[in-house]
Design a protein around this ligand. Sequence first.
Ligand SMILES: [Zn+2]
Length: 437
Amino acid sequence: MKDKLTGNQNWRKILRYSTSFSRASKESPKEVTSESHKLLIRAGYIRQEMAGVFSLLPLGVKVLKNIETVIRDEMDSTGGQEVLMPALEPKQNWVTTGRWDTLDILFKVNSRYGNREYVLGPTHEEIVTPLVKSRVKSYKDLPLAVYQIQTKFRDEPRAKSGIIRGREFGMKDMYSFHVNHESLVTFYEQAKEAYLRVFSRCGITAKVTEASGGDFTKKISHEFMALSDAGEDIIIYCDSCAFAQNTEISKHKDADACPSCSHNLRTGKAIEIGNIFDLGTKFSEVFDFTFTDKDSTRKLVYMGCYGIGTTRLIGAIVEAHNDGKGIIWPHEVAPYSCHLVGLNLEESEIKERAEVVLQEIVKSGLSVLFDDRPNVGAGDKFATADLIGIPIRITIGRETFTEGEVEIKRREDSETIKVTISELSKRLVTIIEDARE
Ligand SMILES: [Zn+2]
């Protein structure tokens, strides 16, 4: 069920930390290449299985599901319909597009039977074009957009920066189909707006950056870039307007005057968290995908494609939202809405009171991680809460017990406030509503 207040998707309302499979650890993983890599492993969100390949632990799965919910919301708002295509793709389709030989990150798989070869899909034009072709006959069937959220594979020469660049990763990819270029451009602009809403809901300011089309198109594409030292791209951008270009294609240099306003341009490292391509008729030509237009002539379909790296987005959010102590999740993607720290739980009165507080939080429609570990001190419990990064911390213990109060602290603030248990629900609602503005 969705939290009504935060939009946060939570089927399980309470996690008792003493039973949690995700556990925080003080050890710093070796060969850590980015802050997000370190924090996500230490806080118990992910486990690295080999370079560029990760298991998501229960807290990590919750964050991913929340991100996927935001993405589904916004893709549905563009009229996109969700499908699920296979990760294992036939070689022949890749030979047809020529990308069997030209795409250097392609994972090729040999079958033991009949010398067959397959591709572990890094993208799905080779599947979606014939799929949609089988459904579209006339201009009446267009425009049309389908999307999926699925695991993708890239045979990276070197996988680094943790979950930001993996060999196996989660991705949302959408494909749109149109009668002409004008219709494609209209949808492309809608998709761009939907993307900006996705990133803003995930707490990320994305710069819409002009880039080359790479293996997808000879035209310009747009990348959605989050400025970050962990990024592998360098962009040139303006602070006072929307101008941004990938330095791979830009003719401008650092400190040049912005071509749109007169401010000085800056360069910075950035993480590519999304990209959109105007594919034109490139793929409809090779798959002979045509439709019958109003004038009864056969015409080629125009296509666009739109990607967001879902697991990479987890890393990008952590890069943007952390301090020396740990992660600071935005409300809508946090694994739980509140982190209840129970202190002095050896005392049965306090333990009982903690259970009352727990139910109060759930009654306000919020999910909660309850640190119920016995015989763990306040310092350790607070450090764990800071590391995990749930946006609101609530503490119950001997110190506030006699006044019938609990202490509330926003993860991003240093000050705490004391409220009575009867005021708690109202106060939590106010904090979350303020954060939304
Ligand atoms: Zn400017």
